[in-house]
Structure formats: C-alpha cells, structure tokens
Design a protein around this ligand. Structure first.
Ligand SMILES: [Zn+2]
Length: 243
C-alpha cells in the first residue's frame, strides 16, 4: 500500500517532532491545529481532528497499521484532552485508555527509520502565511527551522560537509549540526533557507561561527539535492571570516 501525498507530508512533519517527543508525555507531542498551520491545510470541519482525518491523517494511520509500522499518528493530540482521537486506538484494536501501548508506539516511532517514506519536497508553512496568533507563529518558526535542518542533515547522512565526519551517538544514531552561512538575526539578517545552510560537525560549526575558516567551494562536500548559494558563501568570506 502506497502512502498518498498528504499522508506523506504529515509523516514528514511528525518525523521532525520525534526528537522532542518524550514517550508518555503528550505535552511534548503535536496538536491537530498545529498540524494544519504548519502544513498550510484548511480547516475543513469544525473539529481540527476531524478536519485532519481527510487530509492525510487517515491515510497515514492506515498505512502504518497495514505495514506493521509504529503508530506514529499517536503523536498528534487534542490540546484540550492531551490525547489522540479514539480512532487511533480503534484502528490498532486497542482499548481507548491503553496509555502504555500508546507510549510504546511513540518510543518505537522514535527509533524507526522513516527516511525512505518521507516527502522529497517538503515545505512547511510558507513564510507569508497568516497564522492566527503569536504562539502559533513562534511554534511554526521553530518547527520550520527544525524541519529544514533535519532535511539538510538527512541529505548529507549527518556527515560534516567540511571534513566528512559523522559523529556516532548511542543506539547507532548520528549527530551533526546545521550552520546558517549568513547568520540569522541582527546584524547579518541571513534567511532561514536551505541555500543558506551547511551541515557540519561541532568543531567546524564553532570555526564558522567565529570566522576562523574560509569557505572554499572546492573544499565543501556537496550533494545534488542541496545547493548552497555563492551569495551566502561570499558573505561569510567577506564579512564573517577574519584572516
Ligand atoms: Zn567537520
């Protein structure tokens, strides 16, 4: 069974949230409304949960169940009850209050390799989208950043684009950081776009931050799917790098 486009987008969003999610602590999960805001979906029904069903939730939930994959849709909760919809438990033939099983699904989802199923082009909330309140704006900015950084790390297999090293962590996990070549915020005001990002190890990240090294195009490991802009590289060499 193939996962449809909306299901795939929803999965890609949920995967960006797995790092922060603590199994059994739904306040660290994601809300139905937040999924709409971040994916730019319309509210099609009065209840956000109902509205998400027809926009990827049902197809994603059915797909995980059919394939025997972890029930990652349990990561989406109502912010009033801090629980997923009843349908989540019913689909997997579980009792509605089976919290242990639910936490176990999130735990398995965190260690599962979802990378073959993620959307190739995955854009969260266009930056000009009107969102209802301040809280949503700050949340969406953080997620947007996290999603893009995550994509950059995946593209490079967590290898530093300068030295090729991917740091090993417990459980076979890898660690890398993403540096904004033209830094975000004042006074540089660099944009939060993939062309302004470079995947690096912590050592090279520090050297870039402090302007200790120059960025030379032929020393940077590149991948077809992630093109960096010369404009930002020039900015680093001219305004950040201190010979
Ligand atoms: Zn490095």
């Amino acid at each position: 069974m193939e996962l449809d486009v909306q299901g795939r987008n929803l999965l890609s969003l949920l995967v960006t949230r797995l790092d922060k999610a603590v199994p059994g602590r739904p306040e660290t999960y994601i809300g139905y409304k937040e999924c709409h805001v971040l994916l730019g979906l319309e509210q099609q029904r009065e209840k956000w949960g109902e509205s998400l069903k027809s926009q990827g939730l049902l197809s994603l939930a059915g797909w995980t169940e059919t394939n025997g994959f972890p029930g990652i849709t349990g990561l989406i909760v109502s912010l009033s009850t801090l629980e997923p919809g009843k349908g989540y438990f019913h689909l997997f033939d579980k009792d509605e209050v089976n919290y242990d099983w639910w936490a176990e699904q999130i735990r398995s989802a965190k260690s599962f390799d979802w990378s073959p199923y993620l959307a190739e082009k995955f854009d969260l909330v266009p930056s000009d989208l009107e969102v209802p309140n301040r809280e949503d704006i700050s949340i969406s900015r953080i997620i947007r950043d996290t999603a893009l950084s995550y994509r950059v790390k995946l593209i490079h297999g967590y290898k530093c684009q300068l030295c090729g090293i991917a740091l090993s962590m417990p459980n076979g996990k890898k660690y890398a950081e993403v540096h904004h070549i033209k830094p975000l915020g004042q006074p540089h005001d660099g944009p939060d776009v993939i062309e302004n990002m470079i995947c690096v190890c912590p050592n090279h990240h520090a050297q870039l931050d402090y302007g200790a090294i120059k960025l030379l195009a032929n020393n940077v490991r590149t991948k077809q799917e992630h093109q960096m802009s010369d404009r930002f590289i020039d900015y680093h060499n001219e305004s950040i790098y201190r010979p």
